[in-house]
Design a protein around this ligand. Sequence first.
Ligand SMILES: Cc1ncc(COP(=O)(O)O)c(C=O)c1O
Ligand SMILES: N[C@@H](CCOP(=O)(O)O)C(=O)O
Length: 515
Amino acid sequence: MSYQQHLTLQHHPLVHPLLFHTSNMAYTYSPTTTFFPKHHLRSTTINCTSSSPPPTTVTTTNNRQPVPLLPFSAKYVPFNSITDESYSLDEIIYRSSSGGLLDVQHDMNALKQFDGKYWRTLFDSRVGRATWPYGSGVWSKKEWVLPEIDNDDIISCFEGNSNLFWAERYGKENLSGMNDLWVKHCGISHTGSFKDLGMTVLVSQVNRLRKMNKPLVGVGCASTGDTSAALSAYCAAAGIPSIVFLPANKISMAQLVQPIANGAFVLSMDTDFDGCMKLIREITSELPIYLANSLNSLRLEGQKTAAIEILQQFNWEVPDWVIIPGGNLGNIYAFYKGFKMCEELGLVDRIPRLVCAQAANANPLYLNYKSGWKNFTPVKATTTFASAIQIGDPVSIDRAVYALKNSDGIVEEATEEELMDEMAAADATGMFVCPHTGVALVALRKLRERGVIGRSDRTVVVSTAHGLKFSQAKIDYHSKAIEGMGCKFANPPVEVKAEYSAVMDVLTKYLSKVS
Ligand SMILES: Cc1ncc(COP(=O)(O)O)c(C=O)c1O
Ligand SMILES: N[C@@H](CCOP(=O)(O)O)C(=O)O
């Protein structure tokens, strides 16, 4: 039995085995780890003595010496570039020296000391537990996310572990008998979108930096509504001031009220998201405000866990396709990175093909893809019901192109009518999805119709926000109040007199139609 195999079998799932051994100290593991408050963990999880090893201490059966202690670590490096340049995650930095994007690079050699089976077992053992912080879908993968942060510095709302919904009826009835279609409901989450996954990481790191007396008074973002909601909630939980730049009248009321309720400093601006993004970048380079948009690569470390979670939910089988709506384009790369790490560390043997779906009114990536990835040109994004992806100059364009090229990826687009009809069709099979999910479902429909995605291909559509944030769009659709749109699946309420005969009349007609 190898050392790694031994670890897999012997260690308690809730405590990492590397905590157990150093050359001259032994650690005993207290079996009372199933308590929940953070402060308990620090004081009672592990008792350190310098005496002989306790029974749970890792030893090898073939008398090999334990491998040297390999603490996991990560640092910033320039994105997709071979250079010696790197920065500690404790630095406040968003761009490389050449002005390019950064990426969080993990010490893969340290992680590779453990095989795929070890990681699968460890991650699986943490699902659904209340143990701090591993009950979070993000922090259950802590060693791959922010390995060096103290558990006490983590700000988590136990995000992640979202439902992977078998869209059985939708697939069979709407997509010519598709039988292995799944919707990953990332929007069924603390603030109603996938942004929670990234924000727990970013705000936790800010919490750590502030404890280190780094000059950070607050955290700020530009937003189309979901990033601002997540930022303000996590900052409120941590007691850290948050500042959000919102394009006036371009986000839903439900999204607007979230940062207001969470006590953020809300600036409503007479511009679009791209205008807000430009301003927040300028402001955060002058004031002690930390940038929380996905330009900051820390965010993507949390978001990538959704990809790992999908594999986990399929019992570590790899789906054929994953379809993701794209705006500022951080998430498509986050998914790629999550899948790729699982492949590199031996949890799976391949990665899925990725599809990025854009609204036709905000489609710079689609145009770039159609041009054969020639020079990228930003666009002026116009109004779309998929308002959270109304972005014409995405900050993560390079990351998205990289992810798509390296996953044999595809980009598709959806018109307003297509995305609203698709959203309504999905809702009619029991979901309640946001318009962005509608965009992704249109991409799926088009790829099915062209025969690119097969009937039995295992396909995951990533649903990025909760439908309740976009109730007004649904109300407009179902009241047929959208100019120039047929609203073919509208299902408006029937007004009827509160009289027996009138009710019988409408019900008889209805029952003859549905029977
Ligand atoms: C609901 C929703 N879906 C999709 C996206 C697109 O994600 P990304 O900006 O990472 O491409 C966003 C934000 O941009 C969003 O808020
Ligand atoms: N949809 C986003 C747009 C900003 O994206 P980010 O991932 O760069 O923060 C939002 O909700 O604001």
